[in-house]
Design a protein around this ligand. Structure first.
Ligand SMILES: [Zn+2]
Length: 567
């Protein structure tokens, strides 16, 4: 019967659960043997791909046109009517495969993941996840409703961002203070929402017989290659090695701005008073130039990008009705990635496209694996693919190489990027250390005052270079403004780890670009079939969270920036 499954998504998209369910039943009923287990896994994968691609395409539909209510309705119905029963049916298939004791070739990582997921699954948690995502929606509503009156116009907090690039310091300060005041007006609402999140998460962990939510989340995220203790050591190493380097950046910034210390409203303005970079004025230029850059990095990667252009798998320009942000998703039946973003002509847009391009190359490379091995790539390595590409493409940003910029502007873009890497690690450390504390001190963390105190303490430890004097309330409520803490708990250290990998890939490319790119492509082609240390190693990097590796990264970044500095 699986041979009759549609080969394209078109015929499958309208299938309801009554039509899909018999396939799961058939998989469940089949006797598993050494001889047929691969076929069984491939059949299951085919079914998953059809469901997954329908889900992805509906999601894309909701983001390219947020006013399309019919698609939104179909998307929500798909979550409930198809994905929820699919998850329950998948749980039974996982249990069946584990009980069979069979160990299909090249499938050990997937089996390990499956076993963990099956052990953690509790039917009584399913409605709690729905409650949790509803709380997430409430968070979005509170944040989304925050606006200020600026120069006679109502502006969202995101729309205020450009003002922080203004050369007029007092203008920046009044904008910042106005935004901060508006955010603090929601302090008690967010505190109350927080308590509901925490209570719910404690319950989810308890249902799964885990000692605390951190232990739950660790398994839920399939983190086998590092522990919470490793994260604590990572944070110590960041405090020792990266924080002093970040402070040097803030001090240089203060000096160039001619101010005593960097205040929160001084972080986005160009310290040398230059106008923002304007790499392109139309999407065609963004497309062509990025294609040229990718071809320079590697002809095959350039070809992948051109396939995406030809097959209309890029939705890059910003227009009314589009959802904010950028992402790369995957259509597993078509075996094609899709990139979404909101380009308006800034360097950030170039950076985003290089980043999402890295994700899309991962999809192309990993789709060469046999169907049944095309599982999920761990996020810590998925971000190595994207962040490395931002670096690998860095040397081709100049017009001489076919890129966007003069030599001077390219150097400026590189410095900004490299410095942002250094500034990110300490912030990541705050976010992670805060959550480590929260979920191991859930009783204390039920009192938002304690959370404020903890955040303030971490802020002092990891970002001493930013002067918050007289801004205590804004400082200690920083956790209110980190979406991940509310909506995707513990999802953040992953970026810090990935960045360690990406800097090493870049380091390799400075010695031998061709070999670095070849290793990078090979590592991507392994998909999720290897452990994190093996994936990093294949990419030519060490999976590491220690001070020595960080020191090497920071030294390289600082020496490179010094060379790129304008004379
Ligand atoms: Zn990414």
């Amino acid at each position: 019967m699986f041979a009759e499954l549609p080969n394209t998504i078109n015929d499958f998209q309208t299938w309801d659960w009554a039509k899909i369910e018999p396939y799961f039943k058939a998989l469940e009923a089949r006797d598993l043997t050494e001889a047929n287990v691969i076929e069984w896994l491939n059949d299951w994968a085919k079914l998953n791909f059809l469901i997954g691609e329908t889900h992805s395409r509906l999601y894309v539909g909701t983001t390219v046109d947020t006013t399309d209510e019919a698609t939104e309705k179909r998307y929500n119905a798909y979550l409930e009517d198809i994905l929820q029963p699919t998850n329950v049916a998948a749980q039974r298939l996982k249990e069946k495969l584990i009980a069979s004791g069979l160990k299909p070739e090249g499938y050990s990582i997937e089996l390990r993941n499956m076993r963990t997921e099956a052990e953690l699954f509790r039917e009584e948690n399913v409605p709690l996840f729905t409650q949790e995502s509803k709380l997430g929606t409430e968070y979005d509503k509170i944040i989304g409703a925050q606006t200020v009156q600026w120069e006679g116009q109502e502006r969202t907090i995101a729309q205020m961002k450009p003002v922080y690039q203004d050369g007029d310091r007092s203008k920046r300060e009044s904008a910042w203070r106005m935004v901060s005041q508006r955010q603090l007006a929601d302090r008690s609402a967010l505190n109350e929402l927080w308590q509901r999140f925490l209570k719910l998460r404690t319950e989810i962990a308890g249902n799964a017989d885990m000692p605390d939510y951190r232990a739950y989340r660790w398994r839920n995220f399939l983190r086998f290659d590092y522990t919470p203790d490793d994260c604590a050591r990572f944070e110590d190493a960041i405090a020792e090695v990266v924080v002093p380097a970040a402070t040097r950046i803030y001090e240089q910034r203060a000096k160039r701005l001619g101010v005593g210390a960097v205040r929160p409203w001084d972080l986005d303005v160009d310290p040398l008073g230059r106008a923002p970079l304007r790499p392109f004025s139309d999407i065609d230029t963004l497309n062509h130039t990025t294609s040229t850059i990718f071809h320079k990095v590697d002809p095959q990667l350039g070809d992948y990008f051109d396939v995406m252009q030809r097959e209309k798998l890029l939705d890059l320009d910003n227009h009314k009705g589009k959802a904010p942000g950028g992402y790369c998703t995957y259509f597993p039946v078509a075996q094609r990635p899709f990139i979404f973003m909101n380009a308006v002509g800034l360097h950030d847009d170039v950076q985003t496209l290089l980043h999402e391009g890295g994700h899309s190359f991962h999809a192309f490379e990993a789709s060469k694996l046999p169907l049944y091995q095309q599982g999920d790539v761990p996020i810590e390595f998925a971000e190595v693919a994207s962040m490395s590409m931002e670096h690998l493409a860095g040397r081709y940003l100049t017009q001489a190489e076919g890129g966007f910029y003069s030599e001077a502007d390219a150097a400026r873009a590189r410095i900004e990027h490299l410095q942002s890497d250094i500034l990110f690690w300490p912030y990541m450390a705050i976010v992670d250390a805060f959550q480590q504390w929260v979920y191991t001190h859930a009783d204390d963390a039920m009192n938002p005052d304690n959370c404020d105190a903890k955040w303030g303490e971490l802020q002092d430890r990891f970002q001493p270079g930013i002067d918050y004097t007289g801004l205590e309330d804004a400082k200690v409520t920083g956790w209110h403004r980190k979406l991940h803490i509310f909506q995707i708990p513990f999802y953040y250290v992953d970026y810090g780890i990935a960045q360690v990998g990406a800097v090493q890939v870049w380091r390799n490319s400075l010695k031998d670009q061709a070999k670095a790119v070849a290793d990078y492509r090979h590592a991507l082609s392994l998909g999720g079939t290897k452990s994190l240390p093996e994936l990093f190693k294949a990419a030519g990097a060490k999976f590491a969270m220690d001070a020595d590796t960080l020191r090497e990264a920071v030294d390289l970044i600082e020496t490179t920036c010094a060379k790129l500095e304008p004379a």
